[in-house]
Design a protein around this ligand. Sequence first.
Ligand code: DLL
Length: 431
Amino acid sequence: MVDAAAEGVGVEERRGVQERRLRGLVDRLLGAGGVQAERLRDCGVSSGRDVGLGSLGRLATVRKRDLWEHYPYGLRAVDAGEVVCVHGSSGTGGRPTLVPYTARDLDIWGEVMARALGGAGATRSSVVHNAYGYGLFTGGLGVHHGAVRLGATVVPVSGGMTERQVRLVQDLRPDVLTCTPSFAVHLGEAMVAAGVEPTSLRVGVFGAEPWTEGMRGRIEALLGIRALDVYGLSEVIGPGVAAESLDSEGMLNVAEDHFYVECLDADGNQVPDGTPGELVFTTLTKTGMPLLRYRSGDVATLAGPVPGAARTLRRMSKVLGRTDDMLVVRGVNVFPAEIEAVLLADGRVGSHYLVVEDRRVAARPELRVLVEASGGADSVGAALVVALRERLGLTCDVRVVAAGTVPRAETGKARRLVRWASGPAPVAGLD
Ligand code: DLL
């Protein structure tokens, strides 16, 4: 553990810290004014003393829509002079959001990302090949801050230029790879094609987009590493909100001393551990743009720590889907991750695929799935139709296309779901 006092403290003691920090946060929000202060006052809160973790559920939530409506900096809670940098999301599928950070926020970010890397086994002697994009996107610089804090050597290679990345892996012999899971596959395939064996790599810390256990298996086999998940969102801080460790048994340790997490059903009621719900985060310590009860839109389950483990943090499952990504096709609810689970369970199917929600005929929406496969295209396609029908209760149109047809993401997040409402086919191989 990088910070045993924070990660391994007794649960009651941590709760005391969280309570104190929550009151401080509420005082800061009230002092800053703006929409969050207004909502607190509407809920009868005029001081941090009026709130507690047990009664958090009665306070209003904030959503992405609030950030858009107060774009660019309406939720900033400090003077402009205290802001040292800005990050945000590109706004794929919506408008961009911007997040102002203070020096203290960067410090917290470095700390939680250092914990994430440490939990994956990285040390001061590690070389971290960081292929998350550098820029407004939080992936590149977030991992960078964590690696520097840990004292490791970070190679800030960013996204793209895959051939050069293969060369750098060969020359600098990194033990840690950080990038999106889809880029890990792409890089691994490029190494195979170049005849380069990734022998120095031990572990990968992958996130920023959904990926399943099936994809984990593929990446581990391709690169000969342990593949761990890291989760985060720019509104809350970026990568490091939660991260798997070597011993966290497939779930991600939430940095809940900084980011208090709730899991809610569609009506906003807390669900029991193990039941999927929307993750809602409260940034207990952030100062630039602190958020009280931010609805992430990400669906996962929560659990306590692994019994007897050194880390006493609550854990979240891998992200199961997004509240706004759930496809409702002919009355059947489907998360894209369920489709990935079925596809990758078939060893003949490649790791790049695309799901197209075809709504050109409103009365009869179709799910079309594009895969690359080895072996007889007809038999693979037919087997996948059966397997998808069994798992989802829905007949999908499966198209087996030539290797290299499905678009790859060399930079940014993989686009695995496309909505097709009118016009020409969004990718070749569909018509
Ligand atoms: O993607 C932060 C990040 C960078 C996380 C690098 C991990 C690694 P945003 O661009 O604001 O921030 O996008 C946040 O991405 O709400 C999730 O829907 C999705 N997401 C992030 N990590 C994961 C993950 C970064 N491990 C949004 N699994 C989030 C599934 C993820 N989805």
